[in-house]
Design a protein around this ligand. Structure first.
Ligand code: HC3
Length: 426
């Protein structure tokens, strides 16, 4: 079959499909040799911006496009927004820019891990080292949990994500489950970050790529609340990867758009501008972030020979080689070998009444915590009127979508487990 014919039959096969993305059988040329556990690094390719809120002072208002005299908590929210906007290109468009299209990542096996570090690239040595731990904590449904830790600046980002997909007429719609939480221990400030819905467009044109849609939110423990709205070509600006972020004093204030303290808009893969108040900024307003002028700092990963068999690149080495060669039989055989070994492991566990021990993350049931404000996730969710159930990321607490779901368990980082880690080195 020609590439075009294989592609057409693949498109036909996904037209009837619904749900677990790992069950999609894609043609070799659309397979990526990279496992989904590696995608967690995209949260921190601008590690300087991630830790930046630690260094913000009252005098930095103009650097963020804000007016002099703004509260430091608002300036830190703006700095967190700048970091978040910087992550979007790495997360959602860098692969199609580099490879020409979005490809299907390798579906991680339970217990697969991916680790690495960002070395301090600052002249003054103020950033310190930042590490990434990413672990596949569930295979069915696929869920990846991660932690990004900068000990020097007492900053930690943790979260998890899973996806469900459904085919629409010309696009694959993807809903994300999970969230991220960012903590600045130096000033006891926390942020809850929800994950935007997305779709894969360009399927019929042979060039799948991601476009974000609808909304996502950032809630700070200081009250400040930001609503992001995403659109593609032909909506706000007629440009791909467009977004608008409105920052409010708190969730209540967000009920009227005119209450916005600042509005940031532009393209997350290009430039965005900021203006005070609720009106959309134009390119004449202060520049907020320029993705092209801010080069991503890639994660440093150990050479393959030093990796543990559970580490993504080592575990998938043969499959990845076969994908690079475009050899379908080789891909199939190498994948089957890995998947059969996993099946055998699960059978042995079942026979021994044992379960796979997650390495660095724990699944926490929030039903008991739901009524209290002691837990930061519960507190921030309540502040933003967000559901704490296992629903699509960013669903309102009072949405009817909550009624169908009872469970409220979320994956959390257990730092002691990593402190006691003896097998996997960064
Ligand atoms: C939907 C996706 C897999 C999931 C990827 C996620 C949501 C993973 C978590 C990251 O933080 C953000 C992220 C970015 C991109 C998402 C991927 C885009 C495409 C991929 C599908 C499984 C591929 C579908 C195959 C094809 C050929 C239709 O593109």
């Amino acid at each position: 079959m020609t590439s075009a014919a294989t592609w057409t039959s693949f498109i036909k096969s996904i037209a009837s499909y619904n749900g677990d993305i790992s069950s999609l059988t894609a043609p070799p040329f659309i397979l990526s040799p990279v496992s989904l556990t590696e995608y967690s690094q995209n949260w921190s390719e601008h590690v300087d911006l991630l830790v930046e809120p630690n260094f913000i002072t009252e005098n930095d208002a103009s650097k963020l496009g804000a007016s002099a005299g703004e509260p430091i908590e608002l300036l830190r929210m703006l700095a967190v927004i700048r970091w978040f906007v910087s992550t979007l290109k790495s997360q959602y468009s860098s692969r199609s820019e580099e490879l020409g299209s979005e490809k299907k990542p390798l579906n991680p096996f339970l217990g697969e891990v991916f680790v690495g570090k960002w070395e301090d690239a600052s002249k003054e040595g103020k950033l310190g080292e930042t590490i990434l731990l990413s672990e596949q904590v569930s295979h069915h449904p696929p869920i990846t949990a991660y932690a990004v830790e900068n000990k020097k600046n007492n900053t930690i980002l943790e979260g998890y994500n899973g996806v469900r997909a459904s085919m629409a007429t010309t696009a694959l719609n993807v809903r994300q489950y999970g969230h991220a939480m960012l903590e600045f221990r130096n000033f006891n400030e926390n942020y809850l970050i929800t994950l935007p819905p997305l779709h894969i467009e360009g399927l019929l044109a042979f060039s799948p790529h991601v476009e974000l849609e609808q909304k996502s939110y950032i809630q700070s423990s200081t009250g400040y609340y930001t609503v992001f709205e995403y659109s593609g070509k032909g909506y706000f600006s007629g440009k791909k990867n467009s977004f608008k972020a409105r920052v409010y004093k708190n969730f209540e204030e967000s009920k009227k758009k005119e209450n916005a303290l600042y509005t940031i808009s532009g393209q997350w893969s290009e430039k965005s501008n900021i203006a005070k108040g609720a009106s959309s900024p134009s390119s004449k307003n202060d520049l907020f972030f320029s993705a092209r002028e801010c080069e991503a700092q890639h994660l440093k990963v150990k050479p393959m020979e030093e990796q543990h068999p559970l580490e993504s690149q080592k575990a998938w080495a043969q499959v990845a080689d076969a994908i690079r060669k475009g050899d379908y039989d080789l891909i199939h055989n190498a994948k089957s070998e890995l998947e059969n070994a996993q099946r055998e492991l699960r059978k042995t566990e079942e026979a021994n009444n044992a379960k796979w021990n997650r390495r660095w993350f724990d699944e926490v049931d929030y039903s008991a915590k739901a009524a209290t404000d002691d837990d930061i996730f519960v507190k921030l969710s309540k502040m933003a009127n967000l559901s704490i159930k296992n629903v699509v990321s960013g669903i309102d607490a009072d949405s009817s979508k909550n009624d169908e779901v009872e469970t409220m368990s979320h994956w959390r980082f257990v730092p002691e487990n990593f402190d006691n880690e003896t097998e996997i080195k960064i």
